[in-house]
Design a protein around this ligand. Structure first.
Ligand SMILES: [Zn+2]
Length: 417
């Protein structure tokens, strides 16, 4: 009996050592293999705001201080494509601010194009949905360009085409305050246009004509419902999460997600902590974080380099404090599960908002993206589903947007229908 028990113990011990370790190894390998095979796209980072800083370079992690995105880390994280967003904060709509913002947007575009020239051995500009697969084969990173906030258009409709020609492939209609295009989700003041304005209608029509994706992240709920009715092509939310899980105005309600999916669009789940998990809003540090985020979003261009460095230093300290209860990839995947259960896996993707506030406990920069794939696999997502989430869905929408533009070109009367 004793002998039998001992044999059983030894055998099960041996069995365990043969099964558990190799299983986790096998899982790691499988997850990494799937991640490598996916065409991966992140639809939103604000890195261009840092790229205009002297000495900053996405070529080298050491020359990208405070950044969560650079080319070596993209490669390490198996990230094939990133939408670099030309972000400008919303300011009072004076003639001077229109001019300054237009100049700033162009400065960021100049920086992106200069980087693509300088680092052409590592990255290539992508302009069409199909470019990604071609660029991925070369082993380089594909860089798409988006524009966050239509403020630089300054009520001049010809600038939509001007920015398109400079490579911009989506415009986030507004940012944290109402603008000439539409009402924002976080302005705090009553609606100005009750959704999308007359100028906004022209902007959406022009984007449809050119083949640019309409991005409704930051837009008010009413602006979203207007935009989706107005657009002749599916639309995107480049970096928004699920409001049923995290009750933030920036997130999308189930009703919005259903509408988005019914029109073939996609919600790119954002990694910004408050959009992922409801925070404890009572602490002093939380309040300071809120203040700094506001300064970062609205006043960065007014600050001296020394002020910026001091702010970033404080931010790093606050981040260390926050790290202990930061949301994790598991929390993020709850949002993906929610969209999948609500409308299906074809309408969800990833838009990190890195360098604009995005970052989770176990996904703090682009190099940690494989953690998302691992969690999805753990939850039973198939390889096909994971491929859709990592880029397949977004590329489908992008192709539809391009097709709509082609149709409008051959039948111009469609634009007015
Ligand atoms: Zn944003």
């Amino acid at each position: 009996m004793i002998k039998k028990a001992l044999t059983l113990f030894l055998t099960s011990g041996i069995l365990m050592s043969f099964t558990t370790v190799p299983d986790s190894d096998k899982f790691e390998k499988k997850a990494n293999r799937i991640h490598e095979k996916c065409l991966t796209v992140d639809t939103h980072c604000d890195t261009p705001m840092l790229m205009i800083k002297p000495g900053f370079s996405v070529r080298d992690e050491n020359k990208a201080p405070h950044s969560r995105v650079d080319l070596p880390r993209m490669k390490k994280g198996g990230l094939d494509a990133m939408f670099f967003a030309v972000f400008t904060s919303q300011k009072p709509r004076t003639e001077e601010n229109y001019q300054k913002t237009y100049a700033l947007a162009n400065q960021m575009l100049d920086s992106i194009h200069a980087m693509l020239k300088k680092d052409s051995d590592l990255a290539t500009l992508a302009l069409k949905a199909e470019d990604l697969a071609k660029i991925e084969k070369t082993g380089k990173r594909a860089i798409y360009i988006g524009m966050e906030n239509g403020f630089p258009l300054a009520k001049d409709i010809s600038r939509v085409e001007e920015f398109y020609k400079r490579g911009v492939r989506y415009i986030t209609l507004c940012h944290s305050f109402h603008n000439d295009i539409c009402d924002s989700s976080s302005d705090g003041k009553p609606a100005e246009h009750n959704g999308v304005s007359d100028f906004g209608k022209q902007v959406i029509a022009e984007m449809n004509r050119l083949g640019m994706m309409v991005d409704v992240s930051h837009a008010s709920d009413k602006s979203f419902f207007d935009a989706i009715e107005l657009s002749k092509a599916p639309i995107i939310a480049s970096h928004s999460s699920v409001r049923a899980i995290a009750q933030h105005n920036r997130n999308m309600t189930d009703e919005m997600i259903k509408k988005l999916a019914a029109k073939g669009g996609v919600i790119q789940i954002c990694l910004l902590d408050e959009y992922v998990k409801n925070p404890d809003t009572t602490t002093v540090n939380y309040k300071r974080i809120k203040q700094i985020r506001k300064i970062y979003a609205n006043d960065l261009d007014k600050m001296t380099e020394a002020q910026k460095d001091a702010m970033f230093k404080e931010w790093d300290e606050l981040k260390a404090w926050k790290q202990k209860d930061m949301p994790s990839v598991k929390d993020l995947c709850d949002h993906i599960d929610h969209v999948k259960n609500l409308v299906g896996v074809d309408y969800v993707g990833i838009g990190s908002d890195f360098d604009g506030g995005g970052g989770l406990m176990d996904c703090g920069d682009v190099s940690q993206f494989p953690n998302i794939t691992k969690e999805l696999l753990r939850r039973g997502y198939t390889e096909t589903e994971i491929r859709k989430i990592w880029g397949g869905n977004l590329l489908r929408v992008f192709r539809e947007v391009e097709k709509t533009a082609e149709k409008i070109k051959t039948n111009p009367h469609l634009a007015s229908l």
